[in-house]
Design a binder for this molecule. Structure first.
Ligand SMILES: Cc1ncc(COP(=O)(O)O)c(C=O)c1O
Length: 395
């Protein structure tokens, strides 16, 4: 089977040494080899996040995708307090959904998909209704929007709330300044910008906040963060049987980033994004959001008039190129081109040339058929308008 080029926000094409790492010796997760492996991963995670005071933070690793880490945080840290979810897209909505399952006092402040979080509106909300916990996605993957970490972190601090951030699609590509942005807990996963296989996620948090978790009533057994922390700090182990080979892969992927240098890694990913954006803009393609608001992980491209996204994906797939379709209200309106994982400049040139050919092939035929199709009133190409009207709801 030919290896696909994954121009997606994850999973990604992994490095050869990461692929090799998962087929190391079989070990038992209750033996010292695993303790060493996990302790090394924790150390490397804190190094990748460029945490200066390592004594102030801990990391735990969970066998499960990014959602497992998000659910572990949301079910473990809130207790009976008020939690505010800020949402401007699919993944903010998912955080809200998880929180409503576990936390009776969940509030939602919602902004339209594809628009940035309005910091003044958040401040006004907090002035009217004090919150104990504020939760936000860093990179809202459905649009490619990088949300205002520093500004919301500062608001959280000035309102005595603690700040939780979903960094599932940003960690490994964008700076997440835990200390500077007052982040108490953040989550991420192995299979996106960190460049390993899917199946592991992790939580980094302030040690003092991890310590407090044992006083909270457990809302889940399997994803109880207090239990992960207790196993991590006493034995460098996990509460249940972990996906051991994946830990080897994650360890290798983190070593690769640290060897390359964290800032070099970020610069490389950004350079690739710019190369792709320049190339696609040259072909006349338009992007959903302003380049200044974009994360460096992916580009959300507006589907050109009269092109069917499914056919576009299929034609690219025939050349072993995989891109993402839009989610929710962006379905059939956009496609997403990721630039993380092991993609070379040659792969990017190949992608751009193939995309150009494929679009040329799709457009004339489609034009005849689609003359009568109307643009949906909920979405204007280039106008960045979206379906979700701002709403403030409590549960
Ligand atoms: C920002 C964000 N949060 C959470 C998730 C869910 O992660 P997973 O599918 O690994 O559970 C994703 C997945 O793309 C994401 O982009």
């Amino acid at each position: 089977m030919k290896q696909s080029l994954l121009f997606t926000p994850g999973p990604v094409n992994v490095a050869a040494n990461v692929r090799l790492a998962i087929s190391k010796n079989d070990i038992c997760h209750r033996e010292p080899e695993f303790d060493d492996l996990l302790a090394g991963i924790e150390d490397k995670l804190l190094a990748m996040f460029e945490i200066k005071n390592k004594a102030r933070y801990n990391a735990v690793v969970i066998t499960g995708s990014g959602t497992a880490a998000n659910e572990a945080i949301l079910s473990s840290v809130v207790g009976d307090r008020n939690v505010l979810i800020l949402s401007n897209g699919e993944f903010g909505e998912r955080l809200h959904k998880i929180s409503t399952i576990h936390n009776a006092n969940t509030f939602l402040l919602e902004f339209p998909w594809g628009q940035n979080i309005d910091v003044d509106a958040v401040e006004a909300f907090l002035n009217a209704q004090p919150m104990d916990v504020i939760v936000m996605v860093h990179h809202e993957t459905c649009s490619g929007m990088l949300n205002p970490l520093e500004a919301i972190g500062a608001l959280a601090k000035s309102h005595n709330a603690f700040f939780v951030v979903d960094c599932v699609s940003s960690a490994g590509a964008e700076t997440v300044d835990m200390e500077g942005c007052n982040i108490a807990f953040c989550s991420s996963s192995s299979s996106k910008a960190i460049g390993s296989h899917a199946g592991l996620s992790f939580v980094i948090g302030e040690t003092a906040e991890f310590e407090k978790l044992k006083h909270n009533r457990a809302k889940t057994t399997y994803l109880n963060l207090a239990t992960f922390y207790a196993f991590m700090t006493t034995r460098s182990q996990t509460p249940n049987t972990p996906g051991v080979p994946l830990f080897y892969g994650l360890d290798q992927a983190l070593s690769n980033i640290l060897l390359e240098g964290v800032s070099n890694r970020y610069a490389k990913i950004k350079k690739r994004a710019l190369l792709l954006r320049r190339g696609m803009a040259k072909q006349g393609l338009k992007f959903l959001i302003d380049q200044k608001d974009m994360c460096s992980v992916l580009t959300t491209v507006i589907v050109p008039p009269n092109v069917d996204v499914g056919r576009l994906q299929q034609k690219l797939r025939e050349h072993s190129i995989i891109v993402y379709e839009g989610k929710g209200c962006f379905k059939n309106k956009v496609f997403q081109v990721g630039n993380i994982g092991e993609l070379s400049n040659k792969d990017i040139r190949f992608f751009l040339a193939t995309l150009k050919d494929v679009l040329k092939g799709l457009q004339p035929a489609a034009q005849e058929k689609i003359a009568a199709v109307r643009v949906s009133p909920i979405y204007e190409v280039g106008g960045n308008s979206a379906v979700c009207a701002p709403a403030i709801t409590g549960t």
